[in-house]
Design a protein around this ligand. Structure first.
Ligand code: SF4
Length: 851
């Protein structure tokens, strides 16, 4: 075992990274060796046991905890570990499998004190807290634990946030998105934090990680500084990579770091929250006077940053007020869990809660306070009428989604949180990002993650089922709140606040989530769509109108974006189908909004829900697990439909801005141009641009888009000048399209048909050739996402189909003429959405695809 481990360690060290944490088999071998350790290897083996086994409910932690419990019970022995030492090591394992042996040790005279000390600093104990409270009635050591929890010694024993922090500045100019920190092409390595961190900045700031490592060797603490930090997908892996490079080791937790200072003139909200959760110190301030390699001193009490000459180079306010407590506790998540244990202990022994935590500075509602739709939905999830912006709250998480490139990290976080069952009533896991072209690590994940999720009463999909959102949206209960580890988790009914995988694990495990309620921006549509203008044009009209009103600018330097970190609320299109509405809420991600929601009619929502209940029934019949979770969700949806009343904004609700878009003023398609989703232009401005690749797919599409494209292509043949890519969002869309013979048309134009899922949109699987011009219906066109150097135009499927005919963007007149001839007469047939409750006896739409 030793030799095998050393060989693996050597291979990893050659890459500049530590060995992987021990797996259960290695841990079993280690525990055997520790019972009779080879001479000279004692220290090495003890280090492996104490530092190289992941804690919580990791399978290796189960082996380690069982071994130590046997030492405590006297059924196993090691010359290196006596019973007291075994208890001490159990005390470093955070929570999970170590908790019961520690509780047992409270009743063993020689071990009770040590066990009490260990449990006092432990807060990931969940139901076991009640057990200790009960035991405290008759056991002095247990009482010591409860008293300690009540005094929050788990918190007060930790050092406060330092007043003075001296750091060396590692600065990257402009915008650094999460793909720069955690490249999509390296998604497969994300669960392996040190390995994945090797890819950080490889195209955006090459050589950066080596420079940071060099500075750290010289004894500097390094701060990551940027103009705009962490935009884009909600990637915990991005934060993990940054913290691996600038953070500190965590005792007894292998291959993970926390702490570290991240400074940005703008820090994207999800990245900011992820940094908070990870125990980092995110600070927003003007960074224009900070340069690469500067030594700066951060005075956290004064909110001032000075350079070596003592000149003030920036000032800041720590926001939210709770950040210092979060930093001290090791992150926002440990703080919340710790505080809940303290509250429980205080209530049990009848004492007031200690006055040591910074109270949230929440606003007070006015008399007759009006609330927006989002504020009312979050209010309901918190048990109040509404939640005002700026309120720190903890809404119930009715639905949580996890996707596959973050799923393994979420699983690791769930293990660390010692979660054995989800408290959120619906936790769904998808495999849409990796199903089509899985790498070895993906294959392993496809084989192991579904069971991990269903063992905790979650609902794992199958690889090949399709895109996360096209499924998750069908499992929703109206007007409820949820979250998801994919930044496009933007429910079309209810509201979702996407987050990094740490928070997703928290929301799934605990059933609620910390949220600093953002302000809202209202987009009010009025008027009617002109013929040939699509919802995608309405999506692109939002930034166009915001730019016209001075509420948004395109250049990254000193960028204005009214939507950044806010909730994008939309109204004026109540009769959209829910499938259509998702196009609008989905794109809230591109606006960097914290969330999006839309007012729909009860009729549209009920039509969708009836279909969804039928789908969930089919899932249960087909053996999807957890069947009881699906059954409970069916019951919740049916219950809602008994008296369907949707939440609406109050007439006196307040918004940060209101943007009114008259649909009648949109007379030609609007596209987002290379390579920025905010850089929107009218088709007439860019008509004639040559295009080599056309992609119709992603969560922005539904079955109507594919039928529309096929109608336009009917009668045309393969054009060797361009490549057409087709990727239906779900296997049901694919089956239905096949059964309607549309695949014959796709084949006729030489389309490459992809496995239902994310495909080109994510760019971690299929990619277009370097440097092409491309038209895509996908969500975003960040540099290099879909292909290296690709110049990507984002627009409607209808426009994409017309573009494919002549390998160039058409003029508005050309486009509208084709639309009028090929689509307008068939609108009802084309835009007919999947109704699972209305499928015929011989309709095989539900059939699984073969991947
Ligand atoms: S289709 Fe694109 S935006 Fe949608 S979930 Fe997949 S990668 Fe994300």
């Amino acid at each position: 075992m030793i030799e095998a481990y050393l060989k693996l360690e050597e291979e990893r060290n050659a890459q500049g990274i530590p060995a992987l944490p021990l797996n259960p088999e290695q841990t079993t071998g280690l525990c055997e060796l520790l019972q009779s350790p080879p001479a000279g290897k004692e220290e090495f083996l003890m280090n492996l046991l104490t530092e190289r086994v992941s804690p919580g409910v990791d399978p290796a932690a189960e082996v380690k905890a069982a071994f130590l419990a046997e030492i405590v019970a006297g059924t196993k022995s090691s010359p290196l570990i006596d019973k007291v030492k075994a208890v001490k090591i159990l005390g470093t394992m955070i929570g999970g499998y170590n908790v019961q042996p520690l509780i047992s040790a409270l009743s063993v005279a020689d071990l009770a004190d040590t066990a009490a000390t260990a449990l006092s600093s432990m807060t990931y104990v969940y139901d076991a807290a009640e057990q200790v409270i009960e035991l405290a009635k008759s056991n002095a050591a247990a009482k010591q634990v409860v008293d300690s929890w009540a005094k929050a010694e788990w918190f007060t024993n930790k050092p406060e946030m330092p007043e003075i922090i001296k750091v060396k500045v590692f600065k990257v100019e402009g915008e650094i998105n999460t793909d720069d920190f955690s490249p999509a092409g390296d998604a497969w390595s994300r669960p392996d934090i040190p390995l994945h961190a090797l890819a950080m900045g490889k195209t955006r700031f090459p050589g950066g990680i080596e420079e940071i490592a060099k500075w750290r060797k010289e004894g500097h603490q390094v701060a990551f500084v940027g103009d705009v930090v962490g935009t884009g997908s909600s990637r915990k892996s991005a934060c993990n990579s940054v913290l691996w490079c600038i953070g500190d080791d965590i005792p007894a937790v292998p291959n993970k770091r926390r702490g570290g200072v991240i400074i940005g003139s703008v820090i994207a909200p999800i990245f900011f929250n992820t940094a908070q959760d990870s125990g980092a110190l995110p600070l927003k301030m003007d960074v224009t006077k900070m340069n690469m390699g500067d030594i700066i001193t951060i005075n956290t009490a004064k909110g001032e940053v000075t350079n070596e000459a003592g000149d003030v180079v920036s000032t800041f306010e720590i926001k939210p007020d709770t950040v210092p407590d979060e930093y001290r506790a090791g992150g926002r998540i440990p703080l919340i869990i710790g505080r809940s244990v303290t509250s429980l202990a205080c209530a049990a022994i009848g004492v007031a809660e200690p006055d040591i935590f910074t109270p949230a500075d929440n606003p007070t509602p006015k008399p007759n306070q009006g609330y927006t739709q989002a504020q009312k939905m979050v209010g309901r999830a918190c048990g109040v009428d509404g939640i005002l912006p700026g309120t720190a709250c903890e809404p119930k998480m009715t639905t949580v989604g996890s996707q596959d490139t973050t799923g393994p990290m979420t699983a690791d976080e769930l293990k660390e949180l010692a979660c054995l069952k989800f408290q959120s009533p619906m936790f769904m896991q998808s495999f849409c990002h990796t199903a089509a072209y899985p790498k070895p690590a993906d294959v392993l994940m496809h084989n192991t993650l579904p069971k991990f999720i269903s063992d905790r009463a979650g609902v794992p999909l199958n690889p090949g089922d399709g895109v996360i959102h096209s499924w998750l949206n069908r499992l929703l209960v109206p007007d409820t709140v949820g979250t998801g580890g994919d930044s496009h988790t933007r429910f079309p009914i209810g509201i979702s606040f996407p987050a990094g995988s740490g928070l997703i694990a928290f929301a799934g495990a605990l059933g609620f989530m910390p949220l600093d309620m953002p302000e809202s921006v209202l987009v009010r549509f009025k008027g009617e769509f002109n013929e040939g203008i699509t919802l995608r044009d309405a999506v692109n009209a939002i930034p166009l109108w915001a730019i016209k009103q001075g509420l948004m600018t395109v250049p990254k330097k000193n960028k204005i974006n009214i939507f950044n970190g806010k909730i994008l609320e939309m109204e004026g299109l109540p009769n959209l189908s829910v499938e259509q509405a998702f196009e609008l809420t989905d794109a809230a991600a591109e606006r960097s909004a914290a969330a999006g929601c839309i007012k729909l009619s009860e009729e549209s929502v009920c039509t969708y829900l009836r279909s969804n209940v039928a789908l969930m029934e089919k899932m249960i019949a087909d053996g999807y697990q957890d069947a009881q979770t699906l059954r409970n969700r069916i019951d919740a949806v049916n219950e809602w439909m008994k008296d369907p009343k949707l939440i609406e904004a109050d007439a006196n609700a307040e918004y940060a801005a209101v943007i009114e878009i008259d649909l009648a003023e949109i007379t030609e398609p609007i596209l987002a141009c290379p390579n920025d989703p905010d850089d929107v232009k009218l088709l007439s401005e860019i008509a004639g641009t040559p295009i080599q690749d056309i992609f119709i797919g992603s969560c922005m599409t539904n079955i109507g888009h594919f039928r529309a494209a096929a109608k336009i292509w009917e009668g045309h043949t393969f054009n060797p000048q361009d490549r057409v890519w087709i990727c239906p969002p779900t296997r049901m869309d694919q089956s239905k399209l096949k059964s309607e013979a549309y695949f014959a048309i796709f084949n006729q134009v030489g389309a490459r048909i992809e496995t239902p899922g994310c495909s080109l949109c994510m760019g971690n699987q299929a990619r277009v050739p370097d440097g092409v011009n491309m038209f895509s219906t996908s969500t975003r066109n960040f540099d290099d996402r879909i292909g290296n150097g690709a110049q990507v135009y984002l627009g409607s499927a209808e426009l994409g189909a017309v573009t494919a005919l002549n390998c160039k963007l058409p003029t508005p007149e050309e486009y509208l003429a084709i639309y009028k001839e090929k689509i307008a007469p068939f609108k009802e047939e084309v835009y007919d959405y999947l109704q699972f409750d209305e499928l015929g006896e011989f309709d095989n739409v539900y059939k699984r695809c073969d991947i």
